[in-house]
Design a protein around this ligand. Structure first.
Ligand code: PMV
Length: 314
């Protein structure tokens, strides 16, 4: 059968509330960030050539069947073919991404989601968000070890979500009562999710009661934030982001660079600010009124941010 070329994409994401505590069963809130994306394009290749997977940004290239089996691109393609009960097509799939790597913006999950969608569409199948999320979750286990599942979920559904690990009914898609303007700023330092999640686990094993109290307080913040988001009480979210950040500092996952950017954003008029994702490095996210976006962006850039992204959640 002759197949046509297909392109599919997936957005980045930011966690607004509840990172880390979400791994321990508390709720978290995440939003898609459509200003950055991963895109996969698959084109037919000569008969018998098999499936080539190419990621020029990270200088990776695999041929399915001969590539390292644990490479995320290979695993994503294999899982998709298994899910569809399809044999390896003759095609070349190229995946590119404008999402900074290892920075808490979901680059790994978005690359996998774009690949899964493109490969399925090439084979004539449009996968549901739930299927994309499940397939990407399996790939995420390679990057993260014990991922909560929040990244694959928000990226597959492309909607703001209220996420509880293991919830059987699937994610709650949030209705946003009033637009939320965010300024995301990158420290330029890597945010090694697996490592930071590992430090938190070590701390939790050593001081279980203290960590669980912190997780629960972060969970309370996320529950309150959900209510505020749904009724459109945006101004209250700033205080909740600040409270979440101070609890993350107590968990030990912030860093001097993140603290500096967060402080600069607040002083320049942000309503609240916190790290987003695993922490240590990566990105921070600030809640800003639309008229203050440029001032806050200039302030965090002066404080050392290597890039800023403005996004509106609606
Ligand atoms: O992938 P990151 O860096 O956005 O981190 C995900 C958030 C964590 O809660 C730290 C880990 C997880 O699996 O939920």
């Amino acid at each position: 059968m002759t197949r046509a070329a297909v392109t599919a994409s997936a957005p980045g994401k930011a966690i607004l509330f509840g990172e880390h505590s979400v791994v321990y069963g508390e709720p978290a809130i995440a939003v898609p960030v459509t200003q950055v994306a991963a895109t996969a394009r698959i084109v037919p290749a000569a008969r018998g050539s098999g499936l080539s997977l190419i990621a020029p940004d990270v200088k990776q290239s695999f041929s399915l069947g001969t590539g390292p089996e644990q490479a995320p691109l290979v695993v994503a393609a294999r899982l998709t073919l298994d899910h569809l009960c399809a044999s390896i097509p003759d095609a070349t799939l190229t995946v590119e991404s404008s999402i900074p790597i290892a920075s808490g913006l979901g680059s790994g999950a978005a690359v996998s989601a774009a690949l899964v969608r493109a490969l399925a569409a090439f084979l004539g199948v449009s996968l549901s968000p739930a299927d994309v999320s499940d397939l990407v979750y399996e790939v995420e286990k390679i990057h993260h070890g014990t991922p909560s599942g929040i990244d694959n979920t928000v990226i597959a559904y492309e909607r703001p979500i209220y996420f509880v690990r293991g919830a059987t009914a699937g994610p709650d898609l949030l209705s946003v009562g009033a637009p939320i303007n965010l300024l995301i700023a990158d420290t330029g330092l890597p945010s090694p999710t697996k490592e930071v999640v590992g430090y938190v686990r070590t701390g939790w094993a050593r001081e279980t009661a203290r960590y669980e109290a912190l997780f629960q307080r972060i969970g309370d913040v996320a529950r309150e934030a959900r209510r505020r988001i749904e009724i459109g009480n945006v101004s209250a979210l700033g205080r909740l982001m600040d409270e979440n950040q101070s609890l993350l500092v107590h968990l030990g996952v912030s860093s001097p660079t993140l603290d500096r950017l967060i402080d600069a954003a607040r002083k320049a008029g942000a309503l609240g600010a916190k790290l987003s994702g695993a922490g240590e490095g990566g990105n921070m996210v600030a809640l800003v009124q639309p008229e203050a976006v440029d001032t806050v962006a200039a302030a965090v850039t002066r404080a050392g941010a290597v890039r800023t992204i403005q996004t509106e959640v609606a």
